[in-house]
Design a protein around this ligand. Structure first.
Ligand SMILES: [Zn+2]
Length: 146
């Protein structure tokens, strides 16, 4: 029967679609973040799992030890600098931990450029298309996140 063959094909197609869906949902459990390695003077993309809290500095493929911070680029003087983010643990004892809060990657305060002093004039640096890392002029400065 031709009909039965069609049904089997349909079931197979649905199974493949389901498998692809599960796979893509699994991939959403991580996100990419632009970091700067203060030792190697490299800006690079790091894939971070959203299931675990990340503490900065974190490891970098370009140097030994933990030298990578979330990167920002000053729109005024074009300097790339790192942000010393504090782990998001303290002062939330009364609130139940929400997994959604962990996914937020916006800086908590407006950053100030450590090179030229411009305030609220920085954005996450953009890597050239197709590249996962790029050199930046060092030394890379760091700012404290409040
Ligand atoms: Zn600047």
């Amino acid at each position: 029967m031709k009909n039965k063959g069609k049904q089997i094909v349909l079931v197979v197609v649905i199974l493949i679609a389901l498998a692809a869906l599960v796979k893509s949902m699994g991939q959403q459990a991580s996100y990419e973040r632009i970091l700067v390695d203060t030792q190697a003077n490299k800006v690079f993309v790091k894939r971070i799992s959203s299931n675990a809290a990340v503490e900065y500095p974190t490891s970098s493929p370009f140097s030994k030890g933990n030298n990578a911070y979330p990167a920002l680029k000053c729109l005024n003087c074009e300097a790339v600098f790192g942000v010393k983010e504090k782990p998001i643990i303290e002062s939330t004892e009364e609130m139940p931990a929400s997994p959604q809060v962990m996914g937020e990657i916006t800086p908590p305060t407006w950053p100030k450029c450590p090179v030229c002093g411009a305030v609220a004039n920085a954005m996450v640096p953009v890597l050239p298309e197709g590249q996962k890392s790029m050199d930046v002029a060092g030394p890379v400065q760091l700012i404290e996140a409040e």
